[in-house]
Structures are given as structure tokens and as C-alpha cells.
Design a protein around this ligand. Sequence first.
Ligand code: C5P
Length: 242
Amino acid sequence: MRREGPAAPRGVGAVVVAAGQGHRFGASRPKQFVDLCGMPVLAWSVRAFLDHPDIDRVVLVLSPQQAASPPAWLPDGILVVPGGVFRADSVRAGAEALAGDVETVLVHDGARPFVSAELVSRVANEARGGPVVPVIAVEDTVKRVDEGGWIEETVPREQLRRVQTPQGFPSEVLNRTHALEDAGAWQAQDAAAITDDASLCERLGIDVATVEGDPANLKITTARDLALARAMVETGLIAAGN
Ligand code: C5P
């Protein structure tokens, strides 16, 4: 007779990071809390995962102050944890809250309210096999400039991609990247340069796949992005939240 071991974790968890201060947005409160056609930006982002049939657990990472008294509009069924100084610290806090519960983790920026159900499914399916990020081809001509703003060169754009979230990972891979951080594999000055989670994999030589991103999945960084997002809802390009 064979004895069964502990059940392997199954399912997909989502970590929505929203612990940043959003200094580039220039408002009195972080961009993820401003109103977007009747709901805070972050409520749109969170709802996309809570409502998704492929997502089993959702963890929201807020600043320590916000996590201590979370906003009243947060729906039930969402676990809130405090984030850290850098984005990678916040992702890590969220991933630790899911520890052992799911085999796949999707990491999403709370500042991307228009993530579609299709994109979540696309990333979740691919992430079972290894790390994956959604990307968009670069349509503009791209130049590298020096510190004075003078053009140094034209960068061929065929191989360039703009990268979005959610980014998907087998839990074990995401945890491995954070374990290396523990071991001091990179320095504090690197932490600010780690603007997405795939870059941690790249540093470790772990292959990262790509899937087609979604041009509507914009990231709200400036007041102009918010105006554009509002126009997308008002013109019906994005279905209004209830
Ligand atoms: O600053 P940036 O726009 O790249 O941040 C992307 C996402 O990461 C935002 O949703 C922001 O709230 C989150 N973040 C975080 N913890 C930090 C810094 C950023 O959760 N320390």
C-alpha cells in the first residue's frame, strides 16, 4: 500500500500590489485610490481578479498605513498585507501571504485597472509551465539619448517589447527569486531598478516566456493617463464598473 504525501498546492493566486506612493501622479493621494468613473482605480484592478473563475486567492498589498485600516470599499474575500519600500518588497509580502497555498502566482500592478479576463486567463494558462509576461510591440522609433538629451543612436525596435502585468510564475520560481534576495544576491540600489518581477528571473538565468498583451491594459502613472482611462470608460471602449 502506498501512503499519500501531503496534497500538492493547486490553483492560481493573484497578488495585486498597490503600496506605492505614486509621486509621479502629483495628487494628494496615491493614484490607485483616485476615482475612475465611480470606483477607485484599485477597485477595478482587484475586481478583475476576484471575479475571475481561474483565480482562487487574491492578496492585496497596501502601504503599512493603509493595510492597518483598509478602505471600506474593499470587497470581502480579499486578504490585505502591508508592503515594503520597493515594489519587489511588496510583491514578496504578497507572495508570502499565499505561501504553499497555490502552485501559480499572478502579480499585478494595482495601477492597471483595465486588465481583461482574457488576459488573466492567457497569463494563468502559460504560467503553469514557467514564468510569463504579457507584451506589446513597440510602434514608435526608439532612440537612446545621453544625459544632455542628445541622440546617441537609433535602437532597432523589432525585438523591443513594452511589458505589462499580470506577470505569471510557478510559486516555486517566485519564491526562489525572493530567497536569493535574502542571500544578498543583489544590493539595495538594485532594488529600485527592479520594476517588474520577470527581471528577477532574468538575473537568475530563468527563461521567461511572453504572451500577447492588451493595448487597453494601460498603467495609470500621470494625471493624463487617468484622463485617458476616464475617456475609455465614457466612450464605451471599456465596460463601466457597476
Ligand atoms: O511605481 P510604479 O508605477 O512602477 O509601481 C507599480 C505598482 O507597484 C503600483 O501599483 C504601486 O502601487 C506598486 N508598488 C508597491 N510597493 C512599492 C512601490 C510600488 O506595491 N514599494
